[in-house]
Write a protein that binds this ligand. Structure first.
Ligand SMILES: [Zn+2]
Ligand SMILES: [Zn+2]
Length: 266
């Protein structure tokens, strides 16, 4: 809650105070006269002046002891302290002030007439604040029990719905958990290919034997009776045939690309 205590708007002291330690709930009001919208950057001066002028009118013109409302809420969702918590308001009408505390939206019947989401959230903040200070669960409009248009059509409709917070405002949406970056798929054969030595004619060893039987497995017929541990010209021919058939460079040398074809990785 963005809360502006009386000191922040330089409130005049009340002429007298009637304590009200608890009530059935809260009644919602609006200013009712034409209200001009204030840019958010001007809230601390523009909205402050609105609150100050309401107090002046209530004390000097109406002769009341203080600004009538317990709390006021501007279009930017700031909650301005009026009489404050656990004090009887003068807003609901004679005989109705001990039943409910009073919260006023700085909303008019001309100009600024539609409550912003920020204002609805601020009103909800104000109601919850009063609930923590003696207010029961009832949420009503000024017009409930008193002949007035207050708090105006849009706000009264909201009150009748139970004064809900606007959709998507609070609670703050939890940020969805980040998808873990998938591990790159490791192809074990590919890893093996990278560990195989480059072979050429004349080489010997068990890798040559592997090459020998891979060529046989591919139906290369030139290896009958050929030593399977030495890279012979017969093997070179077999490798060249394979390279030719698969679009590789035909050099008869078994490097990574040729190994990959032999092992059917590529
Ligand atoms: Zn009212
Ligand atoms: Zn404001």
């Amino acid at each position: 809650m963005k809360f502006m205590p009386r000191s922040a708007w330089d409130a005049r002291g009340p002429k007298n105070i009637t304590r009200l330690s608890s009530a059935r709930g809260v009644k919602v009001h609006y200013v009712g006269s034409p209200v001009t919208s204030v840019p958010a950057a001007k809230c601390s001066t523009g909205c402050r002046n609105k609150v100050r002028s309401i107090q002046r009118q209530h004390m000097d013109s109406n002769g009341w002891s203080d600004i009538a409302y317990n709390l006021l809420v501007c279009e930017h969702g700031v909650v301005w302290e009026g009489r404050g918590a656990r004090v009887m308001s003068a807003a609901n009408g004679s005989g109705l002030n001990s039943g409910h505390y009073a919260v006023c939206a700085l909303l008019g019947n001309k100009g600024l007439v539609e409550p912003s989401d920020a204002m609805l959230n601020g009103l909800r903040d104000a109601i919850e604040y009063l609930r923590e200070h003696g207010a029961g669960n009832e949420i009503k409009g000024h017009r409930d029990g008193y002949s007035t248009d207050c708090p105006g059509g849009p706000l009264y409709a909201w009150v009748r719905k139970g004064a809900p917070r606007p959709k998507g405002s609070t609670p703050a949406k939890p940020t969805p958990p980040k998808k873990p970056t998938p591990e790159p798929e490791i192809n074990p054969t590919e890893v093996m290919v990278k560990q195989l030595p480059t072979l050429r004619e004349g080489d010997r060893g068990w890798h040559v034997k592997t090459l020998h039987y891979l060529l046989l497995a591919r139906d290369y017929g030139g290896l009958d009776g050929v030593d399977d541990t030495t890279f012979t010209p017969a093997h070179t021919n077999g490798v060249k045939g394979l390279q030719d058939a698969t679009g590789l460079k035909i050099d008869g040398v078994v490097g990574q690309k040729t190994w990959a074809v032999l092992l059917r990785v590529a």
